[in-house]
Write a protein that binds this ligand. Sequence first.
Ligand code: F7E
Length: 373
Amino acid sequence: MERKVALITGVTGQDGSYLSEFLLDKGYEVHGIIRRSSVDYRERIAHLEGKQNFHLHFGDLGDSMSLVKVVGKVRPTEIYNLAAQSHVQVSFDSPEFTADVDATGVLRVLEAVRACGLEKECRIYQASTSELYGKVEEVPQNENTPFHPYSPYAVAKLYGFWIVKEYREAYDMFCCSGILFNHESERRGETFVTRKITLAAARISQGLQDKLYLGNLDSLRDWGYAKDYVECMWLILQNKKAEDFVIATGVQHSVREFVDYAFKHAGIQLEFRGEGLNEVGVCVGVTGNTNPELVGKTLVAVSEDFYRPTDVVNLWGDPTKARAKLGWNPSKTSFEDLVKIMVESDMAKVAAEGAAAKVRTNLAEYLEKGIVK
Ligand code: F7E
């Protein structure tokens, strides 16, 4: 029987967790690389740990020797390099770390494969990004659009893209980049704009937060569902030829529109007033069980703190090649469905947290009053 062994870097992240589930369902033996940490960051893969075909190894993209050891031990047939410092704003604060992981880290993975003599057996997927288009030179963006990176993150990722292409041509390795546009889910990190918005919408509608502060509301993104995108990562490695692909929905929305939809799903109707730093989102109506006292209140405001030194403001992907050559469906989950999935998940999460907090408060009060000892 054909050996199907996948090694995933970044296995604890949003994409890593969905990809693990996808590959396990396809009958793969799945290995993930994790880093040691004194705090628990394995929440997204907790349900997979202990499964027969799921294995974890310690390693780090900053440590070549650890990669050589894991690759040599696992002898994967496919590697998915998803690990990265993936926050664009953070890359302005930690540019050197970002370059080490997002640029040199890719080189270390490729070299580990060569060092283990697996360059003809192991296919490699590199998580590339629409941020490469940066200060865009063409709309929408496809595989032939010129790159113009516009953050330390994007510059590092550009190296990753080119080194993969270089190894493909120099050593005839099957390594490819998926140029993924923004992809979100209920597992998205809480500081990316979509999740920040859906969590805030849930908290505000349940009385646990007063206001949401955001940066550039005019920024345009092509947002897809991460669960759909991991299928495409796999399809790229099943393709006959090693090629790079744009993965996107082909539909574009602004941050403001995302806010509007998310709050609507959480029972809050907003109206945007003012411009630039003075723009606000005011509640003009509520539905369902949402507190009517919110009406008339400013629930969304703009803060300079969330503006970037250089921001990418017009990302819109053209997924024609992926649809034609891989048979991938970019329209599986619509923008409206994505927002709904995320808000519903956060509404439930916030309700559970609220209930737990209430139990803790009650218990503290009972202890204080001597009702329970
Ligand atoms: O920002 C604007 C912000 O941080 C989206 C990463 O996965 O996708 C992601 O990068 C837009 C930007 O994602 C806030 O200025 C406004 O224009 O959610 P984001 P990103 O920077 O597009 C690409 C494809 C990747 O490869 C990355 O790894 O939203 N924005 N107000 C804000 N952004 C944040 N985070 N927070 C705000 O308050």
